[in-house]
Design a protein around this ligand. Structure first.
Ligand SMILES: [Zn+2]
Length: 467
């Protein structure tokens, strides 16, 4: 499976919304890898956005400097959030990107034409709107742009797109998002402006092939990353032959991915992605996440304060498949203490303590499995329902705790006790296996706590975060 996140523009450091998408993609990638499937997980940054240029101007630094600094902060999330991506593409420096964008441009030349255009442009969205203010909430007034641009004959692809989506060859989840895209396409498609003057772009970006006065529209440039990152044999392996190509994204960019991108590929005669998963937005303390949200929305500050397990667990266990979710530090602390310190950590400790107290640490033979959750977890992840998948893993903790209360191993005769503890150690081992896509480092600690023929001395696995 080829799994991609969107590539964020880098006018600022990453926030918690970026962390959500990366952690979801990571859980998906780890899940499919452990099933033995070949996986390529890719993320990166959109360096060529005009927003980056404006942010650099506002800071008074060269664009290259700002872009390099912020892109490094995004790439650094790999360590911060325990991400397992195989590839990180930066559109301003990846060796194959510019050539790939030029190749797709030339392959779609039969659908490109020039005309004069006047429209209202939102730099925040990097798109034109018929009227202001920006429907996505950007406060800067829309800019009146009047210039000669290249246009892409999107209108030609209406029927092909409807067929693609209705037939399920391009799966869009959740269903409400699929219906939203269908309604948009059914209403008729206008041709799309796909270049801007190099002057307006401040000379930043990829020049239009054979027309250096124009720069390729940053969305065209950014969308192409999903194939330009696949150089040489990788393209054939991951874009032509791979049966599962999944794009993850936030709801604000669905039209680019579910309409413009497939139309570009159809025009270029290239294979299409197979699935699109759209997540909703996070707010922090009830407000839209922005640069002014401070530490509450900074994934690095949150991991420094509470640890990666708490942050990943909140994102995967609390954020619903449909609907916005509000992040607060109090919710993160409560969820981590209840589930990780009290639930999971206590269970594993209690089991290891009993094995030491009654069996001198020796692990008895495994009994019957307590809860068979791998099917539930797989089904939930097939539906991109990360919260339901995390709840599935949780089923093991709940079943094991109930089992302890029911059997009360400390009151059993030695044979019964040995059988009960065998069952419980087995359940904790299964828990470590099932936890891996969600909490990779905690899974290693849990596995180590119940490993071997003789268990190590129990130690606390998670610290309590509340004072
Ligand atoms: Zn906007």
């Amino acid at each position: 499976m080829y799994i991609t996140t969107t590539i964020p523009y880098v006018n600022a450091r990453p926030h918690l919304g970026h962390a959500l998408e990366l952690v979801q993609a990571d859980a998906l990638a780890r899940h499919h890898r452990r099933r033995g499937e070949p996986v390529r997980f890719q993320t990166g940054t959109d360096d060529n956005s005009l927003k980056n240029v404006l942010a650099a101007e506002a800071e008074g630094v060269p664009v290259r400097e700002l872009v390099d600094r912020n892109a490094a902060a995004f790439e650094g999330l790999r360590g911060t959030l325990d991400l397992s991506f195989d590839s990180f593409i930066r559109t301003s420096s990846h060796p194959g990107h510019r050539a790939g964008v030029e190749r797709i441009w030339r392959a779609t030349a039969h659908d490109l034409y020039q005309r004069h255009y006047e429209g209202l442009y939102c730099v925040g969205c990097e798109q034109f709107y018929p009227e202001g203010p920006c429907p996505d909430g950007h406060e800067a007034p829309l800019q009146l742009v009047s210039e000669r641009n290249w246009f892409f004959r999107l209108s030609r692809y209406q029927d092909a797109l409807l067929d693609l989506i209705r037939s399920g060859r391009l799966r869009i989840e959740p269903a409400a998002r699929r219906n939203e895209v269908l309604a948009f396409v059914e209403a008729g498609l206008d041709d799309l402006s796909v270049s801007r003057s190099a002057a307006r772009a401040r000379g930043w970006g990829i020049p239009v092939p054979d027309d250096p006065g124009q720069v390729v529209y940053v969305w065209w440039d950014a969308l192409a990353n999903y194939v330009t990152a696949l150089e040489g044999g990788d393209y054939d392996r991951w874009w032509v032959r791979e049966p599962g190509k999944v794009h993850l994204m936030g709801k604000g960019v669905i039209r680019f991915h579910a309409v413009y991108w497939p139309a570009m590929l159809l025009s270029a005669g290239e294979p299409l992605p197979t699935a699109i998963f759209v997540h909703d937005y996070l707010t922090a303390d009830g407000r839209k996440i922005s640069k002014s949200s401070g530490n509450a929305a900074d994934p690095v500050a949150l991991v420094d304060a509470y640890g990666v397990d708490a942050v990943r667990w909140w994102l995967l266990r609390e954020v619903p498949r449909v609907g916005d979710a509000d992040f607060t530090e109090a919710r993160l602390i409560a969820r981590s203490d209840e589930d990780l310190a009290n639930g999971l950590g206590n269970l594993v400790n209690r089991v290891a303590t009993m094995v030491h107290r009654f069996l001198d640490g020796h692990v008895p033979p495994a009994g019957e499995p307590l809860a068979e959750v791998s099917g539930t977890v797989h089904e939930a992840l097939e539906a991109f329902d990360f919260r339901r998948a995390a709840q599935g893993v949780w089923e093991i903790v709940e079943q094991a705790n109930k089992y302890v209360e029911r059997t009360r191993p400390w009151q059993q005769d030695p044979r019964g006790r040995e059988a009960s503890l065998g069952t419980l150690v087995h359940a904790c081992r299964e828990l470590a296996v099932q936890l891996e896509p969600f909490l990779p480092t905690a899974a290693v600690r849990v596995a180590a706590a119940v490993a071997g023929e003789r268990l190590p001395r129990p130690r606390p696995l998670f610290r309590r975060l509340a004072g």
